[in-house]
Design a protein. Structure first.
Length: 347
């Protein structure tokens, strides 16, 4: 489908602005910070006092939030102009919705990522999220290469009987799991019915057999010990700290003895400037649970749920995939500190 010139121009401008913020404005702010006498600060409180006084901080902070808002506006208009999708094609995937499910307030009270209305509010919102998710990653996740890299590098090759993908959204990680493990039953779980309806459509368009279920990730309704692998991508930082322990207990319940957990999310890097930018991203991008998650003992939560060998490892989305330890390659531009939490249920 060819997008109208005006819509494509707005999308290109929003994406260019995001790239300039990440690759131009952020490095200049970093240079200002490094030039302040006294060397680099060892903690975020000291770094914040310095950064907030720098001349480049105001433009950096304003452009981070403003460019994100502009992006969603451009994406929403583009999706609206595309019109309604044609009737969904038949296919091997299935969808189970729960008409009695009440969405929790912590989920609906925020326009997460600054997306107006949230991903759960309508079928239009789900399509906006689908297109916006590619652009939010600076246009570098075409055909979900990022999620395929997670699946190929962070998930060990095994004969999994069943895989449960929590917080699957419109299926971007679930598709990759299905493609890499064709012999496994793959189940995607999410709260948002519009996203699940879109996931069903996209899976059937690809000829993939996936079961999508609308459920709370802390009480999926699936049988205990049914899964050899439980995954999530970018779910942990979307949950309040009070919910995270319940998530890990549910994951441990779902896993069969010897089953694996692999959660892709973010961690602090130990660089006070870099970590401050990430903590403040939590507020500027309407992600209220991100900063608390980054500071929390998430591995301890996994261990308390009965999982063993819980450890974070860095993840390089540019092609390196899963790395050793929490050591990321040096990069000048702003980027997410991706990391993978791995754990195992005792055999």
């Amino acid at each position: 489908m060819t997008r109208p010139v005006a819509d494509q121009a707005r999308l290109d401008f929003a994406l260019s602005l995001r790239r300039q913020w990440a690759a131009g404005v952020y490095p200049r702010l970093r240079a200002e910070y490094d030039a302040v006498p006294g060397g680099r600060r060892s903690n975020m409180a000291d770094a914040m006092r310095v950064v907030h006084a720098l001349p480049g901080y105001g433009p950096f902070a304003w452009l981070e939030r403003g460019s994100q808002q502009l992006l969603w506006h451009a994406v929403s208009e583009a999706v609206e102009h595309e019109g309604a999708l044609p009737e969904a094609p038949p296919g091997p995937s299935t969808l189970v919705l729960d008409p009695k499910l009440r969405l929790p307030g912590w989920y609906t009270d925020w326009d997460i990522h600054l997306q107006p209305g949230g991903v759960w509010s309508s079928d239009h919102a789900a399509r906006v999220y689908e297109l916006g998710a590619r652009l939010v990653m600076l246009g570098e996740n075409d055909d979900y290469e990022f999620h395929r890299l997670f699946t190929s590098s962070a998930v060990p090759a095994r004969d999994y009987r069943r895989i449960v993908d929590l917080g699957c959204g419109f299926g971007k990680s679930t598709f990759s799991l299905r493609q890499r493990f064709p012999g496994a039953e793959v189940i995607g779980v999410d709260l948002a019915a519009p996203c699940l309806r879109l996931a069903l459509r996209r899976a059937n368009e690809r000829g993939l057999r996936i079961t999508f279920r609308q459920a709370d990730c802390t009480k999926t309704g699936l049988p205990s010990g049914c899964a050899g692998l439980v995954t999530s991508t970018m779910l942990l930082h979307e949950l309040p700290l009070t919910v995270l322990p319940r998530l890990f207990r549910e994951a441990a319940r779902l896993l069969a003895p010897g089953g694996l957990l692999r959660f892709l999310d973010f961690r602090y890097t130990g660089d006070a400037f870099r970590d401050l930018a990430m903590r403040e991203h939590s507020a500027r991008n309407n992600e209220p649970y991100l900063a608390p998650m980054l500071a929390a003992d998430v591995c301890g939560m996994a261990r308390a749920a009965g999982l063993h060998d819980a450890v974070w490892r860095a993840f390089d989305e540019r092609g390196g995939g899963l790395l050793e330890g929490l050591h990321w390659p040096a990069r000048p531009e702003w980027h997410f500190p991706w990391a993978v939490l791995g754990a195992e249920k005792p055999a």
